[in-house]
Write a protein that binds this ligand. Structure first.
Ligand code: NAD
Length: 358
């Protein structure tokens, strides 16, 4: 099986290197048949090739069984016609990665910032919504009719709403069987109304799963007050983007938030956070998010190709991360610990080896 790895910008190369080390250790432990190719994207590729996403890299991703994408410094990119292509957006569209699956859970022994423990998954629609660079067939979803007037168009379709709802209910069926749709139908009656219509239709076909709805503003408060009441949350693109960062931080740190972008045929692991240029090159970043995202990718591949050893490798990574995070002496700086990125990764690989040999 082929994994294509794109380290990205900022802390991307540091946390990608950590994720690759972890994959090497589980590859050995479970004799996984994995081949890995690494390609430059982002500012490194821009200097060399004139674009932040060379077409050859996009093709490599299309051919791969799975992709691991490091964060990208999109805020520092030049305009698209000068080579600035957001790889995260482009790959989600080109590979039709419609479901952004973002779990957040609190962990034994690790301080969380919400009032209750949580174990939830935000399932975010990934291909339309307010994201102006990807929600039009031609042109962008942002317009400026005069110098003092700017407009943003949001696209919500029945097809995209229905398929993200199906993904959420399928996930809930394997968890605590509860789906909450998050919306803002009170002010965006037409678009949010269409989204809810499709989710409700999927809910009716899953009468064994509890279904309820929550306004996005009250959801932001409820995540702080009592996130324990939620299991799977399904929502549109931007609401999911914002709420998942909130949930990850409440669970302990943004640096813990794993995610995959999944479609019918492709899957891409991607950290929830950005490229953190403020700590770039300092060996300070917490690599957990990308490591757990890579574990989610292995699990997705294991389910798709019916290879139990890939799923077992994912479980071993999850368990080992819990153990290393449980010990204050082996945490990274964002969690108040003393460990660098490389020292944390060393501890984690040691834990993986020790558990694998039991
Ligand atoms: P950010 O997520 O990069 O950083 C926010 C804060 O969290 C910073 O203080 C950072 O140091 C900290 N942080 C983030 N990840 C961390 C980690 N793994 N370990 C420890 N601390 C961590 O958000 P930002 O500063 O708003 O954005 C920086 C750049 O990232 C921008 O160019 C933005 O466009 C881009 N971005 C990319 C993605 C992506 O690639 N998917 C997502 C969000 C932002």
């Amino acid at each position: 099986m082929q994994l294509t790895v794109l380290p990205g910008d900022g802390i991307g190369p540091e946390i990608t290197s950590a994720a690759l080390q972890v994959i090497e250790h589980v590859k050995r432990a479970f004799s996984l048949d994995l081949t890995i190719d690494v390609h430059d994207i982002g500012l490194a590729a821009l200097q060399r090739t004139g674009t932040t996403l060379p077409p050859s890299v996009l093709e490599a991703c299309r051919r791969a069984d799975g992709v691991i994408l490091g964060p990208v410094s999109t805020a520092s990119y030049p305009a698209r016609d000068q080579g600035g292509v957001n790889a995260s957006a482009a790959l989600r569209i080109e590979l039709d990665l419609f479901a952004n699956v973002r779990p957040s859970r609190t962990r034994e022994g690790l301080q969380h910032w919400g009032r209750t423990p949580m174990d939830l998954v935000i399932v975010r629609e990934n291909t339309e919504g307010f994201y102006a660079d990807r929600n039009m067939y031609s042109g962008t979803g942002e317009l400026m009719p005069t110098p003092d007037l700017a407009l943003s168009i949001r696209r919500i379709s029945a097809a995209a709403s229905s398929r993200i709802a199906r993904a959420a209910f399928e996930l809930a069926a394997a968890r605590r069987r509860h789906v909450t749709a998050v919306h803002k139908v009170n002010v965006l009656g037409v678009t949010e109304g269409l989204f809810l219509r499709e989710v409700q239709s999927v809910a009716r076909a899953h009468s064994d799963i509890t279904y309820d709805e929550q306004l996005v503003d009250s959801m932001a408060a409820l995540l702080v007050r009592d996130a324990s009441r939620f299991d799977v949350i399904v929502t549109t693109n931007m609401f999911g983007d914002i709420l998942s960062d909130e949930a990850a931080e409440l669970s302990g740190s943004l640096g813990l938030g794993a995610s995959i972008n999944a479609g019918e045929r492709h899957c891409m692991a991607q950290a929830q956070h950005g490229s953190a240029p403020d700590i770039q090159g300092q060996n300070k970043a917490n690599p957990t998010s990308l490591i757990l995202s890579s574990a989610m990718l292995l699990d997705w591949l294991g389910r798709r190709h019916r290879q139990e050893n890939l799923r077992a490798a994912a479980r071993l990574i999850e368990k080992s991360v819990d153990v290393v995070l449980n010990n204050p002496a082996t945490r990274t700086a964002d969690l108040g610990g003393p460990r660098s990125t490389t020292a944390f990764t060393f501890e984690l690989c040691k834990e993986i080896d020790s558990r694998a040999s039991r």
